[in-house]
Design a protein. Structure first.
Length: 74
């Protein structure tokens, strides 16, 4: 399994369909150096501003998804 370092530079758009949230981003993807502990991981790096934007967009998408549920399922 290859590991990567992902740097999110900009969140362009978000939408959801069929229970999945799709995010369009500009990102820099680089192979990560091998780690000695043998645990494969990927690292997602973003600025605080980008993280706040992503959090707000995800909250909006989840609120939209919840509003479509039947009242009996809330």
């Amino acid at each position: 399994m290859k590991t990567h370092q992902i740097e999110v530079q900009r969140v362009k758009a978000m939408n959801n369909s069929h229970g999945m949230i799709h995010v369009q981003i500009d990102a820099l993807l680089q192979p990560a150096p091998n780690r000695d502990d043998g645990v494969p991981t990927s690292v997602l790096t973003m600025s605080e501003e980008t993280a706040r934007v992503m959090l707000l967009l995800i909250k909006a998408q989840l609120a939209e998804f919840d509003s479509r549920k039947a009242r009996s399922r809330r």
